[in-house]
Design a protein around this ligand. Structure first.
Ligand SMILES: C[S@@+](CC[C@H](N)C(=O)[O-])C[C@H]1O[C@@H](n2cnc3c(N)ncnc32)[C@H](O)[C@@H]1O
Length: 267
C-alpha cells in the first residue's frame, strides 16, 4: 500500500460527525468541556488518562512552549493547555484534522493557548523560537526514518528541553496481527523494538529521564472492549474498528505490540 496521511487518516465532515456523536451520547455540544470531548478527540490508547499520565511524568508547567507532533485533532493539546497551562502548537499532515482541530479549539475558547498547523513530523521547525517540549502520542508508527524523526525533534528543542512521547513499539513476539489502527498490513507499519528505539533517540542527542512500559495500564480498543459510537476510533475507522480491536487485543495479550511512555532530556 502507498501511504498518504491525508488519504489514510483524513475524513470529510469530521467536526459535524464528532458533534453529532457527542450530542447522541448526551453531551451539551454548546457547552463542551475538555472532558466531554475526550472520547472523540484523544486519538490514542488510554485516552485522556494517558495524556495526563505523560504530562505528569514530564512535570509540565504553565507557559511551557510545547510542539505536539502528529497532534491530530488537538485533544491532547487542549488538555495540556487547559489543565497544565502550556502554550501548544499542534502540527499534523492530515488537513481535515487541522481544520477540525481549529474549530474544536475555538469552541473551547482556547485559541490563545493552542494553535494548529499542517506539517509533517519529518520537517518540524521552530516557528520563531525553540520549544521547551516536543510532545508526541501515537504518531510515529507510519514513519520509517526514525533517525531523521528524532534528530528533527532535537533540532527544535532548547538545550535541556524535553521530549515526551507515547508510542507503540514492536514487542518481543513478532509479527504483529493486522489490521492495526495505523496500517492495514505490514507495508505501512514501521515499529521498532524498545531497545532499538531507545538507541536511536539517544543517538539523536537525548538522555532518558523516564521510560515506562504502559502496555497493561492503558484502556482503549487494544483491550478488546467495545468501541462506542462517539469514540474517535469509530468515527474515523467506522466498522473497520472492530477487526482492529480484535487484532489489538491479540497484539497486546501476546506482546506483539507494546506501548511506551517516555520522557527524555535534550543534552
Ligand atoms: C492515532 S492518531 C494520533 C493523534 C494525536 N496524537 C492524538 O493522540 O490524539 C495518528 C496521527 O498521526 C498523524 N501522522 C501520520 N503520519 C504523520 C507524519 N508523517 N507526521 C506527523 N504526523 C503524522 C496522523 O495525521 C494522525 O493525526
Amino acid at each position: 500500500m502507498i501511504y498518504d496521511a491525508n488519504t489514510y487518516w483524513g475524513r470529510q465532515g469530521l467536526e459535524r460527525a464528532i458533534l453529532d456523536a457527542l450530542a447522541a451520547a448526551g453531551k451539551e455540544i454548546d457547552r463542551l468541556t475538555v472532558d466531554d470531548l475526550a472520547p472523540a478527540d484523544q486519538f490514542h490508547s488510554g485516552g485522556k488518562n494517558s495524556t495526563v499520565r505523560l504530562a505528569r511524568l514530564a512535570s509540565l508547567k504553565p507557559v511551557m512552549r510545547v510542539l505536539d507532533v502528529g497532534g491530530g485533532l488537538g485533544g491532547p493539546a487542549r488538555t495540556l493547555a487547559a489543565e497544565f497551562g502550556c502554550q501548544v502548537t499542534v502540527v499534523d499532515p492530515t488537513e481535515s484534522y487541522v481544520r477540525t482541530g481549529e474549530a474544536l479549539t475555538a469552541r473551547l475558547r482556547l485559541t490563545d493557548r493552542v494553535s494548529h498547523r499542517a506539517g509533517d513530523a519529518l520537517a518540524v521547525d521552530t516557528a520563531g523560537g525553540m520549544f521547551d517540549v516536543v510532545w508526541t502520542q501515537n504518531s510515529g508508527m507510519n514513519i520509517a526514518d526514525k533517525e531523521r524523526l528524532y534528530a528533527g525533534f532535537a533540532r527544535v528543542l532548547r538545550p535541556g528541553g524535553l521530549l515526551a512521547f507515547q508510542e507503540p513499539m514492536a514487542g518481543p513476539v513478532q509479527p504483529p496481527i493486522f489490521p492495526v489502527m495505523w496500517a492495514p498490513d505490514a507495508t505501512t507499519n514501521f515499529l521498532r523494538a524498545p531497545d532499538a528505539m531507545r538507541a536511536v533517540i539517544e543517538a539523536a542527542g537525548f538522555r532518558v529521564s523516564a521510560w515506562d512500559d504502559v502496555t497493561s495500564e492503558l484502556a482503549g480498543p487494544s483491550t478488546g472492549a467495545a468501541v462506542p459510537a462517539h469514540a474517535i476510533q469509530r468515527i474515523i475507522m467506522g466498522e473497520a474498528v472492530d477487526a482492529i480491536t480484535r487484532a489489538g487485543k491479540r497484539n497486546r495479550d501476546e506482546r506483539r505490540i507494546v506501548m511506551t511512555q517516555a520522557v527524555l532530556v535534550r543534552a
